[in-house]
Design a protein around this ligand. Structure first.
Ligand SMILES: [Zn+2]
Length: 185
């Protein structure tokens, strides 16, 4: 255990700066969104030895892009002169689409990917029959996904898996364009 609180001069970089640099690292699968906006960077800590501990959580366990992301983080920080980078994979709590920033969701939409819809319906304020009706409806319908091209809600799922396992493939019935939908977890 070290009692040193002085960070080596080379590493006189605040965690906020590290977050800002990580915010420039694109997700390898969806390059319009940064890994910070995607919500997979969970923590940045400056260790007593001057190294930077970066904690990341994959979007789903076994995500093949994680090694690419880890390498991209290390490379980006090295490029900014951060010598010691330690990456930690944290699987619990599991990543949720709630961790995606609003900016990230907008970027997804601009890229033609429908951002995750809110699937959870809070029925705690309802009682009796109303509650049963709402939960029946919630159980029987998949969330309405708006088309990222024209905004129509007349869309249908064509495949559970889109270009990557994180996404499902949808088709818009209004403008006929296919699009990826970023699935909720
Ligand atoms: Zn459309």
């Amino acid at each position: 255990m070290t009692t040193a609180t002085v960070v080596p001069a080379q590493a006189g970089i605040h965690a906020e700066q590290i977050w800002a640099w990580l915010g420039e690292v694109p997700d390898p699968e969806i390059p319009v969104i940064s890994i910070v906006d995607l919500g997979i960077v969970r923590d940045v800590q400056i260790a007593g030895d001057g190294a930077y501990d970066i904690t990341i959580t994959p979007t789903y366990s076994g995500c093949p892009a994680m090694q690419v992301i880890a390498d991209a983080i290390t490379e980006a920080l090295h490029a900014h002169g951060v010598a010691e980078v330690r990456l930690h994979n944290q699987l619990s709590p599991a990543w949720t689409t709630d961790w995606m920033s609003e900016a990230g969701k907008l970027a997804l939409q601009g890229y033609g990917i429908a951002p995750p819809a809110q699937q959870v319906i809070d029925i705690s304020g309802l009682r009796g029959g109303a509650r049963a009706a709402v939960s029946r409806r919630a159980a029987s319908s998949t969330p309405r996904i708006a088309c990222p091209h024209c905004g129509s809600a007349h869309t249908e799922i064509t495949s559970q898996f889109g270009s990557t396992p994180c996404k499902a493939l949808y088709k818009c019935l209004a403008c006929r364009e296919p699009f990826d939908y970023f699935k909720c977890h």
